[in-house]
Design a protein around this ligand. Structure first.
Ligand SMILES: Nc1nc2c(c(=O)[nH]1)N[C@H]1C(S)=C(S)[C@@H](COP(=O)(O)OP(=O)(O)OC[C@H]3O[C@@H](n4cnc5c(=O)[nH]c(N)nc54)[C@H](O)[C@@H]3O)O[C@H]1N2
Ligand SMILES: Nc1nc2c(c(=O)[nH]1)N[C@H]1C(S)=C(S)[C@@H](COP(=O)(O)OP(=O)(O)OC[C@H]3O[C@@H](n4cnc5c(=O)[nH]c(N)nc54)[C@H](O)[C@@H]3O)O[C@H]1N2
Ligand SMILES: [Mo]
Length: 767
């Protein structure tokens, strides 16, 4: 029996045997299938699934008088659904009647699972709106700084511009050179939020290689660009790209190689930027010699690349990682300015691919995405307007009422008394986990819906066990891919797990808003209603979808043939800037932004600029912590999901994460491949196993994210290899307040105190 489903890493058919998941079948169009699929085989692992509702011991004893500091230290008591729901409803009610709904933090950031209806964030937001509102979060950990800067500069939503990336077909015809900041890692193209018909990034890139296109890989890690591409590797110093981009811009201007006509017609603000670029304002020309000192790329190379770019008019790719850092806004602004100087925005196969390859359909979807709105679970009206930039959660918990700047506004965060999380793992995604732990002590109640005993679930007061997609019904449909699939139930829910929808419906009932939340609909009713809505919006665009019954009983199908090729917004703007202006104040690309200038921020001026970094090779801090740690996305899983699954475990050694370092850096520390090491700085420490590679810049080490946080070693040492005990918790700038946790400075030494076991793949203490 084969049952169709969808995941953030592809659409599949699941084979079952006696009611158990027995195999994962791919579709024939999935030509470069990802090993991540195999992780689903571990979906029902009894060691890591939450089986019954569970409550932290002292919270159960007295929810009004318990110590938040014992979170993660105390055993859980398994209780009945009714008891747990009563406890949670009472906790919510206490906050409603006390400090008010703004004291409920329901930002609940996270990727949860594919599936349109059971999307955990939509579920929790709808529920919390129904009970009077909550403090929400804005933007993402993925791209917080980019999401704020790009609309100022390009007048487009970040996600719109990303999914309008130069296509492979256009590149084959028009492009000779691709310059990739942050590489183009095939591992990242395994993922596509909301589902994916087929992985074909590798085949398509091979076609680019065959057509003779050359690549420049500007990244501390060589393996970030597939080896089969014809490429030069520029092992840049992490966090220094803005300097390199400024020098490229400086050379284009200095040697008068830039496209005057494009700049005049399509941009504003070069005149305000030039005095900074040439050094008139600060006595420092941002020339190649200046940049070479910062990014350690020879000045001659930079100058040659600028000249080559002026002739060959490259496509420039920039990975999201470049903006998950201090002043991360600048790289996205500067890359836009570079393409403006080159006059390539809106030219087929040229311009910029924002987030090229960071997920599959950025750069690999062509010109076809659904041209009709994809129905979603309505989240209801927002009764209150309280929000924080998503990555500032620990600040908000630790310093309620202390105002901070954010994109021209001043956010004064409320005191948070209750956290409710569904569909995310802050003990995966947040930076500086030791600081998060201090912040996590603060609220009176923490409620988590989770299928798995993640570090976050282990640090909750009340844990509701929820289903994974294979245990329920859903629609595998997303605005970012042309494939639609039913997600039929494959197996029975594990233990006593229920859907998030059921959990929230039961809480809504206790709080007197059941009908407002459910509208009297069953899950199947909702699926039908959402599908009908989607079907009629498709019909308005002449895209014909099968009836619900036909869809539901079938498998993945594609609307690619029915969807027209779209003209990208920047192409239209280029074709007719008067008729199709950008939604910036000037209607043009803003090299200088009067709006941002008026915010008067010292860490984000009205034009793009270089700002010194506190954590970078060569900064004073690097005397103590001389290695720059990159914590990039893992090869064997999506973030922390299914960390216990076979594809994830295959990337570990002896059950622990591997840290990759250059053999020279290993040798100078007396280390070799396979050694157990302690990676540390003044924020924390973790263990990992050394892997060596000459494909990583000296002075840089790589420890991917996603190992389940396991501080069970001596004195709370993290024993599994989770980089977020090391990363730093500051915002990108007053503008974006995005996460800066992609990289940080560390030191590494041999670990000599035995070999503390990884414990997180076993259940917590249950009573
Ligand atoms: N150091 C460092 N940190 C980073 C990054 C980095 O580059 N470096 N990258 C950041 C980025 S880009 C991101 S996007 C974040 C990702 O951070 P998250 O999105 O929080 O990470 P996930 O592991 O995907 O967490 C999803 C959780 O939802 C649970 N879940 C799945 N389906 C359901 C469901 O239906 N219902 C419920 N209730 N739960 C469900 C899963 O079990 C899992 O625990 O991490 C960020 N953190
Ligand atoms: N397999 C897999 N794929 C994923 C995910 C996953 O968890 N697993 N997560 C998905 C998500 S949510 C996101 S947001 C995207 C993230 O997409 P990205 O941000 O593009 O991915 P990362 O792997 O974090 O980083 C890519 C590379 O950037 C390089 N880099 C880091 N810092 C610098 C720098 O300062 N300068 C330069 N030039 N290069 C630098 C590093 O060498 C790193 O390997 O990935 C998505 N794809
Ligand atoms: Mo992300």
């Amino acid at each position: 029996m084969l049952i169709p489903t969808s995941t953030h890493w592809g659409n599949y058919k699941i084979r079952t045997n006696s009611g158990r998941i027995a195999g994962i079948e791919r579709y024939p169009i999935d030509t470069n299938p990802t090993p991540l699929a195999e992780n689903l085989l571990a979906a029902q692992d009894a060691n890591v699934r939450v089986k019954r509702p569970a409550v932290r011991r002292s919270y159960l004893d007295n929810p009004l008088k318990h110590s938040g500091e014992l979170r993660g230290q105390e055993p859980f008591i398994e209780v009945s659904w009714d008891s747990a729901l009563d406890l949670a409803a009472n906790a919510l009610q206490r906050v409603q009647q006390g400090s008010g709904n703004a004291s409920i933090y329901g930002g609940s950031y996270g990727w949860s699972s594919a599936g349109r209806f059971h999307h955990a964030q939509s579920q929790i937001h709808r529920f919390l709106n129904a009970i009077g509102g909550y403090t929400r979060s804005l933007y993402s950990y993925s791209a917080g700084a980019g999401e704020v800067i790009v609309p100022h500069v390009l007048g487009m939503d970040f996600y719109e511009v990303m999914f309008q990336a130069p296509t492979l077909e256009d590149m084959v015809r028009n492009t000779k050179l691709v310059v990739c900041f942050g590489g183009l890692a095939l591992k990242n193209t395994q993922v596509m939020s909301g589902g994916l018909g087929g992985h074909d990034a590798e085949n398509r890139l091979r076609a680019l290689a065959d057509s003779g296109i050359q690549f420049v890989n500007i990244s501390p890690i060589k393996e970030d660009l597939p080896a089969f591409l014809d490429s030069q590797w520029w092992p840049i110093k992490p966090c220094s790209d803005a300097a390199l981009m400024l020098a490229l811009a400086h050379t284009l201007v200095d040697e008068d190689l830039y496209d005057h006509a494009f700049v005049d017609q399509y941009t504003v603000g070069l005149d305000e930027f030039l005095p900074y670029l040439t050094g008139q304002t600060d006595g420092l020309a941002k020339d190649c010699e200046w940049a070479a000192r910062i990014c350690q790329i020879p000045a001659g190379h930079i100058r040659q690349l600028a000249r080559r770019m002026a002739v060959e008019l490259p496509m420039i790719g920039i990975s999201w990682s470049l903006q998950r850092s201090e002043h991360g806004e600048q790289t996205y602004w500067l890359v836009t300015v570079l393409a403006a100087l080159l006059g390539t925005h809106g030219l087929p196969g040229k311009g910029v691919s924002y987030g090229y390859g960071s997920i599959h359909n950025i750069g690999f979807a062509g010109r076809k995405l659904p041209n009709f709105p994809i129905a979603a679970l309505p989240q209801g009206k927002r009764p209150i307007n309280s929000y924080i930039p998503v990555a500032r959660i620990a600040d908000v918990l630790l310093a309620p009422g202390v105002p901070f700047a954010f994109n021209g506004e001043v956010v004064t965060p409320p005191k948070i008394d209750l956290i409710y999380w569904a569909g995310g793992n802050p003990y995966h995604h947040h930076q500086d986990l030791n600081r998060l732990t201090r912040a996590w002590f603060v609220p009176a109640s923490i409620i988590v819906n989770e299928p798995f005993w993640t570090a976050t679930a282990r640090r909750a007061d009340i844990v509701f066990p929820v289903t994974v997609p294979l245990e329920r019904e859903d629609l595998g449909i997303t605005p970012y891919d042309c494939h639609l699939t039913p997600m039929r139930q494959v197996v029975q829910p594990f233990g006593e797990a229920r859907d998030d929808y059921q959990v929230f419906a039961s809480l809504a009932e206790r709080l007197g808003v059941k009908h407002k939340f459910t509208e009297g609909r069953s899950v199947r009713d909702w699926l039908q209603a959402l599908y009908q809505q989607l079907r009629s919006s498709a019909k308005q665009k002449d895209v014909l979808l099968p009836s619900f019954d036909e869809f539901w009983s079938g498998e993945q199908f594609s609307v690619t043939e029915q969807v027209p090729e779209c003209e990208f917004r920047l192409e239209r703007f280029r074709r007719d800037p008067k008729a199709f202006p950008l939604a910036t104040p000037s209607g043009k690309i803003e090299i200088f932004s009067r709006t941002i200038a008026k915010f008067d921020y010292l860490d984000c001026l009205g034009h793009p600029a270089w700002y010194d970094k506190t954590e970078m090779l060569g900064s004073p801090r690097s005397d103590t912590f001389p290695l720059h740690l990159i914590s990039n996305q893992p090869r064997g899983r999506l973030h922390s999901q299914y960390d216990h699954g076979p594809a994830s475990m295959a990337t570990k050694v002896a059950g622990r994460e591997q840290v990759c370092m250059h053999p020279k850096d290993a040798l100078s520390r007396g280390l070799e491949a396979g050694d157990l090491v302690r990676i540390y700085n003044d924020r924390g420490a973790c263990l990992a196993i050394v892997r060596t590679s000459i494909g990583i810049r000296t002075g840089v080490v790589e420890l991917p994210t996603g190992a389940w946080y396991d501080p069970s070693g001596p004195d709370g040492l993290e024993v599994h290899g989770n980089p977020n005990v090391l990363t730093r918790d500051i915002g990108s700038s007053s503008l974006g307040q995005g996460t800066t946790a992609h990289s940080c400075l560390v030191e590494i030494e041999r670990y000599t105190d035995g070999s503390p076991p990884v414990t997180v793949r076993m259940p917590p203490e249950l009573q």
